[in-house]
Design a protein around this ligand. Structure first.
Ligand SMILES: [Zn+2]
Length: 423
C-alpha cells in the first residue's frame, strides 16, 4: 500500500529526470536500492580551485561514474546529477566558496541517485564536466569547470535546456497521474517529513542535529502509532533520507486522494537567538499571521531551490491555487484540524506563545486535501532540542497527534459537511 505508492512516485521522478537526460542509466537500476552502502562509490574529498573567471570543482571518488551537469537561474546554480554516492566529507564541507562558487551541497535525491548543487556568484557556463579514471595511484576524480558568462548567454543556454526538459517532464507527469486503486475504505493520512537528502533543513548549532533526521524519526513513530489503531491507511512522502520536491509532496497527497496531510518540521532562529521555543501548527494563508510566520514560510519554500529543482518547469497550478475559492471548504477543514491539534498537543509538548498561525507554505496548497504543517519546536532552543531528540517525548507527542487525528475524523463523519475531495 503506502510502500507501493511511494515507490511509484520515486520511479516517476526518477523516470522524469532520466528522460530529461539528467540521470545516468545506473540510477534507474532498482536493484541499487538493495545494495549495501559499502558498494556505492565513495566521495572522500571535494575542493575548489581557480578564480572569478574560471573555477574548477573536483571530488575524489573510489571509482569512475557517469554524470550530468546543468544550470538553473534565479538564483544561479549548477546542478550535477550522479548515481547514488556515499559522501564521506567533513560536516562543514561546501560552506566555504572560491572563485565563481559561493558554496555547495550534496546528498541523495532518490534511491539510486545523488546530486551536488553549486551556488554560483553569477551567470556561468559549464565548460567541461567529466570523470577521470584512477591513474598512477590517483583516485578517480569528478571535475566540473565553470567559466564566467553574461546573463544573456546564460539565459539563452537555459532556454534550450528547458525546452527539452519540459517536453519530457510533462510526458512523464501524464503517466504518473493514475491513482493507486484500493478497495480499502479507511481514510488515507499522508505524513510528510520535511526536507531530506541534500536539503538538511535547519541545523542545531549546538549539536549539529539536522531537521531532516529529527522530523523523519518523528514521522516514522507517528506512522507506526497510526497504523496500530487500524483506523487509517498511512503513507509517507519519504521514509528515508532522500529529497522530495514540494510539488511532488502535494501531488502525492492529491493523486492518492488523501483525507489529511501533515507536514512535519523543526524551526530555527538566526543570530544565536535561543529564546524562540515550542510547537506551532500552521495552515495555508495568502497573508501571513505575522512577520515570523512569513519568514518561516519563505525558509520552508526554499527547499526546492536548495535541492536544485527547476521551478520553471513546474505547472502553475500550485501557485494559482492560493486564490482559488474552491479551497474554502478544504481551508475550513484544515483550520478545524489545526485547532484540534493544538489543543491535543498542549498536553504533551511545549507550545509556542502563538501556537496557531498561517502563512503561504507551498506544501499546504492541495486544494482538495486538508493540510497542516507542524513545527515541532526550535532546534536553536537547547531545551526544545533535548525534547525533539528524545524517544519518550516523541512517543508522547505522537500519541497526542493520533488523538487529534481520531477526533478530526470522528467529527467529520458525524457532521453533515461533505468529505473533502468529494465534489
Ligand atoms: Zn522545515
Amino acid at each position: 500500500m503506502s510502500f507501493r505508492a511511494h515507490k511509484c512516485l520515486l520511479a516517476a521522478i526518477c523516470g522524469a529526470l532520466f528522460a530529461a537526460g539528467f540521470l545516468p542509466a545506473a540510477a534507474l537500476d532498482r536493484s541499487a536500492a538493495r545494495t549495501p552502502s559499502e558498494d556505492y562509490p565513495v566521495v572522500s574529498e571535494a575542493r575548489l580551485m581557480g578564480d572569478e573567471t574560471r573555477t574548477r570543482f573536483v571530488a575524489d571518488l573510489s571509482r569512475g561514474i557517469d554524470l550530468a551537469a546543468f544550470t538553473l537561474a534565479d538564483p544561479y546554480r549548477v546542478v550535477v546529477d550522479v548515481p547514488q554516492l556515499v559522501f564521506r566529507l567533513p560536516a562543514k564541507a561546501g560552506e566555504t566558496g572560491r572563485g565563481l562558487v559561493k558554496a555547495f551541497r550534496f546528498g541523495l535525491v532518490m534511491q539510486g541517485g545523488s546530486r551536488i548543487v553549486l551556488d554560483v556568484t553569477g551567470p556561468v557556463r559549464v565548460d567541461k564536466a567529466f570523470v577521470l579514471d584512477p591513474v598512477d595511484g590517483q583516485p578517480a576524480r569528478l571535475v566540473v569547470d565553470l567559466v564566467a558568462a553574461d546573463r544573456d548567454s546564460f539565459m539563452r543556454n537555459l532556454a534550450i535546456e528547458n525546452q527539452a526538459r519540459r517536453a519530457s517532464t510533462s510526458a512523464n507527469r501524464a503517466e504518473r497521474e493514475p491513482v493507486a486503486k484500493t478497495t480499502d475504505p479507511r481514510p488515507l493520512v499522508v505524513l510528510d517529513p520535511g526536507h531530506g537528502g541534500l536539503d538538511s533543513g535547519t541545523i542545531a548549532p549546538s549539536t549539529g542535529d539536522n531537521e531532516k533526521t529529527i522530523v523523519l524519526d518523528f514521522a516514522l513513530k507517528l506512522r507506526d502509532k497510526l497504523e496500530k489503531t487500524g483506523k487509517y491507511r498511512v503513507a509517507m512522502t519519504r521514509s528515508d533520507d532522500h529529497f522530495v520536491p514540494l510539488s511532488d509532496r502535494v501531488r502525492f497527497a492529491r493523486t492518492n486522494q488523501a483525507a489529511l496531510l501533515i507536514s512535519i518540521h523543526a524551526d530555527a532562529l538566526a543570530h544565536r537567538d535561543t529564546k524562540g521555543h515550542g510547537a506551532t501548527v500552521y495552515t495555508l494563508s495568502e497573508t501571513a499571521s505575522d512577520t515570523e510566520a512569513a519568514r518561516l514560510a519563505d525558509a520552508e519554500n526554499r527547499a526546492d531551490l536548495i535541492a536544485g529543482v527547476d521551478l520553471s518547469a513546474e505547472p502553475d497550478d500550485v501557485t494559482d491555487i492560493l486564490i482559488d475559492l474552491a479551497q474554502r471548504e478544504t481551508k475550513s477543514f484544515s483550520m478545524h484540524f489545526a485547532r484540534g491539534m493544538v489543543s491535543e498537543i498542549k498536553t504533551s509538548a511545549r507550545l509556542n506563545e502563538r501556537p496557531l498561525k498561517a502563512a503561504g507554505f507551498r506544501v499546504l496548497t492541495a486544494p482538495d486535501v486538508p493540510s497542516v504543517l507542524v513545527e515541532l519546536g526550535f532546534v536553536t532552543n537547547p531545551q526544545d532540542l533535548k525534547l525533539l531528540t528524545s524517544d519518550a517525548w516523541r512517543a508522547r507527542v505522537a500519541d497526542s497527534m493520533v488523538q487529534a487525528i481520531a477526533t478530526f475524523f470522528a467529527t467529520r463523519i458525524a457532521g453533515s459537511a461533505p468529505a473533502p475531495g468529494s465534489n
